[in-house]
Design a binder for this molecule. Structure first.
Ligand code: ADP
Ligand code: TPW
Ligand code: MG
Length: 566
């Protein structure tokens, strides 16, 4: 859009040019004042615009797109309420380390700052700051290119995260000489530079690993994000060390790999003497690395791009601050002389435990209760899912989520997208749309009935863009369970109760395929048909309201976990 003879272009055009220059090909958002024209213009210029029904879902789509590609996903929102709706997704992206930029229009600064009551007035930049990796505002059209460049680099470098970029309405409307505008743009060079580990840190880590008798490798979503699956697998296989995938780390090395110790999780965490953490934080999901879940005298090697993560919960004996790809290269180079070999006894103990646990699981899976419980429902679809190794699996809920994590094997990296670090409900449809749009491939969202409700209206978005998304709802009529009662004896439903609604009819209402199923046979047939169709589809699978436990696997985190209210 270089202008001739002093031609003028406006701020909206400048930001679109800046996005294109930085190879950003998709925007996720909800339009309105003052960004409608920006979205129109972006679409006109060949950037794909995906319009949502609620900004939180657009933000979640952007965030997961960032996780999948390593490029920041972009969410576009209107001022104040639209911005705040998007903020939950931006905060979630930051918490999970997903690169994302929330671009929001905003009102007149002169009015906002004196609180004179503008249309959708809010001091958005300052509201965003505590929840974002960084928050920037562009106050002059000539700084739009700079603002976007800073946002991109901040989002993807170091530990990735959510960046807020505030674009006031008057900056979007301001005009600039087209040639000057073009010159003001920045194409970000090497936005996420490699971070090479220090040789002494590598040596320290390998030495510790060589001295281990019961070593373990934990693979987190940072490892998945780093796209180092080939070198991680090579390292796992060359060392013979068992590995434990975190939920979104599943598939970096396939769950079906003989060294996968997921089926002996408590044993390996409880007894390992040296644990190598690859892109996994010692947060609540890993019991903060403390006993009783962890061996008290175990040692930690932690590979993380974020130096401040070291010692966050316990002392790390061998910190390796690096991007995982570079760290794995250095580890592999050092392997021949390192002499790493886990004890045979350790491997035998693990494999015996895996056999015992698998036998227990097989018993549960062999039962065929009617109505279906979670085991029976998952068992009906396990083989259909493993026949589709490329499937993206999105999942949220409590029991629905926890059973699925254990029962659905992942074969490829970055294919399992779930509630992540916050255990947040509401990511379902946003992640599904983001994954389908970004990959062009089939997505299966496995959703609790409560979880689905947080973003359910986006089935219209799925239908409008004809996305290959199948939603499978495990419908037990409630949050955790469907059989709780109102302790007052009154007529209102209990706090955890939901209708066993016909969600399948919602999908039919927007033109997709809807299935209502109650048996294993019906469920398997519906899933096959839905996936084969490649069309938007929703399977409402009735689950026994008595199946499921309060908070799923997190029962112990409830303040009154011993009290049963049913
Ligand atoms: P999980 O929930 O799977 O355990 P976390 O989100 O807790 O994973 O941890 C992921 C970690 O990975 C974060 O501490 C983050 O800084 C780190 N990380 C992200 N990307 C990279 C990368 N490319 N190289 C190294 N570490 C990374
Ligand atoms: C943003 C609290 C955790 S799990 C859950 C809620 C409401 C739903 C569980 O019911 P569901 O699954 O989905 O039907 P199932 O299979 O156990 O019956 N608000 C937010 N995030 C969270 N985590 C909650 C509330 C919660
Ligand atoms: Mg439920």
């Amino acid at each position: 859009m270089a202008g001739e003879n002093g031609a003028q272009i406006d701020g909206a055009q400048i930001i679109v040019n800046a996005l294109k220059l930085n190879d950003i090909d998709t925007l996720f958002g909800v339009v309105g004042i003052p960004i409608t024209d920006l979205a129109r213009l972006a679409q006109k210029e060949g950037i794909r615009y995906i319009g949502f029904r609620h900004e939180q879902n657009a933000g979640n789509a952007a965030a997961i797109s960032g996780y999948m590609t390593g490029k920041p996903g972009i969410c576009l929102t209107v001022s104040a309420p639209g911005f705040l709706n998007g903020m939950v997704a931006l905060a979630n992206a930051t918490t999970n380390g997903f690169p994302m930029i929330l671009i929001s229009g905003s009102s007149d600064r002169a009015i906002v700052d004196l609180q004179r009551g503008d249309y959708e007035e809010l001091d958005q930049m300052n509201a965003a700051k505590p929840y974002a990796k960084a928050a920037y505002r562009v106050n002059r059209a000539e700084d739009l290119g700079l603002g976007l460049a800073r946002a991109i680099r901040t989002a993807v470098s170091g530990r990735p995260g959510g960046v807020y970029l505030d674009l006031p309405a008057d900056v979007l409307a301001a005009t600039l000489d087209a040639q000057l505008a073009e010159k003001s743009l920045i194409k970000v060079v090497d936005p996420a530079p490699r971070q090479i580990p220090a040789p002494d840190a590598v040596e320290r880590a390998l030495k510790l690993l060589a001295g281990a008798r019961r070593p373990l490798i934990v693979i987190g979503k940072g490892a998945a994000y780093s796209r180092a699956e080939d070198s991680i697998r090579e390292f796992v296989e060359k060392t013979g060390i068992p590995f434990l995938p975190m939920s979104m780390g599943k598939g970096v090395v396939p769950d079906t790999h003989p060294q996968c110790a997921a089926a002996a999780r408590s044993l390996v965490l409880g007894q390992a003497d040296v644990v190598l953490l690859l892109g996994a934080r010692l947060n609540w999901l890993l019991g903060h690395g403390k006993s009783p879940e962890w061996a008290a005298d175990g040692k930690i090697i932690q590979v993380d791009v974020h130096a401040a993560e070291m010692d966050s919960n316990r002392g790390v004996a061998a910190p390796v601050v690096a991007d995982i790809g570079s760290a794995m290269e250095a580890f592999l180079a050092g392997l021949p002389s390192a002499g790493i070999a886990p004890q045979q006894e350790w491997l035998q103990t693990i494999s015996a435990k895996i056999d015992t646990n698998r036998a227990k699981m097989a018993k549960h899976l062999a039962a065929t209760p009617q109505p279906l419980d979670f085991y029976a429902a998952y068992n009906a679809v396990r083989s259909v899912i493993s026949d589709n190794k490329e499937l993206y699996i999105v999942s949220e809920g409590a029991n629905t989520l926890d059973f699925g994590r254990n029962l659905i094997d992942m074969h490829l990296p970055r294919r399992r997208l779930d509630v992540g670090t916050w255990g947040v409900m509401g990511i379902g449809m946003g992640y599904s749309i983001g994954a389908a749009v970004t990959s062009g491939q089939q997505v299966l969202a496995i959703e609790g009935d409560s979880a689905f409700g947080f973003s359910g209206m986006e089935i219209e978005t799925i239908a409008r863009y004809k996305l290959p998304v199948t939603i499978l709802i495990f419908n037990n009529g409630g949050i955790y369970r469907g059989d709780n009662v109102n302790l007052s004896g009154g007529a209102d439903p209990s706090p955890t109760t939901l209708e066993v609604a016909h969600y399948d009819q919602m999908m039919q209402a927007v033109g997709g395929l809807g299935f209502h199923v109650e048996t294993q046979e019906e469920l398997a047939a519906a899933l096959k048909e839905a996936l084969a169709s490649g069309k938007p589809a929703l399977i409402n699978c009735v689950i026994d309201p008595h199946a499921g436990t309060e908070s799923g696997h997190l029962t112990n985190l409830n303040p009154q976990s011993t009290v049963s209210h049913t």
